[in-house]
Design a binder for this molecule. Sequence first.
Ligand SMILES: Cc1cc2nc3c(=O)[nH]c(=O)nc-3n(C[C@H](O)[C@H](O)[C@H](O)COP(=O)(O)OP(=O)(O)OC[C@H]3O[C@@H](n4cnc5c(N)ncnc54)[C@H](O)[C@@H]3O)c2cc1C
Length: 86
Amino acid sequence: RLMVRRAAFALDAGDPDATLYCAMAKRFATDGGFDIANQALQLHGGYGYLRDYPLERIVRDLRVHQILEGTNEIMRVIISREILGR
Ligand SMILES: Cc1cc2nc3c(=O)[nH]c(=O)nc-3n(C[C@H](O)[C@H](O)[C@H](O)COP(=O)(O)OP(=O)(O)OC[C@H]3O[C@@H](n4cnc5c(N)ncnc54)[C@H](O)[C@@H]3O)c2cc1C
């Protein structure tokens, strides 16, 4: 949560590191969110995978955020370019 807020603050402030912070926050929040939802699916066994229960949609919706707005592989490329390019 702190990473996301720090990125938002950097954007609002016109911080030159805003791109770095946003890429770090996007990658961390979406990978973490998906991992937690995926573990919850596992906990529910087969029912977690079925459309009959809301967890299936939560997992699917979180998974796409690892792809949308630039995939998390590309976030890693951005982060490394920002850090190593200095
Ligand atoms: C439901 C949904 C809604 C969307 N809505 C919008 C929208 O409103 N507006 C919009 O503009 N776009 C939208 N998109 C597109 C989305 O932004 C792209 O799907 C996303 O940026 C990934 O691009 P791509 O699908 O072309 O994958 P590709 O670029 O073809 O990537 C394929 C795979 O290769 C990996 N990869 C590619 N290049 C590298 C690299 N250099 N290093 C390491 N790995 C790499 C990627 O991480 C990925 O895993 C949407 C997509 C979905 C699924």
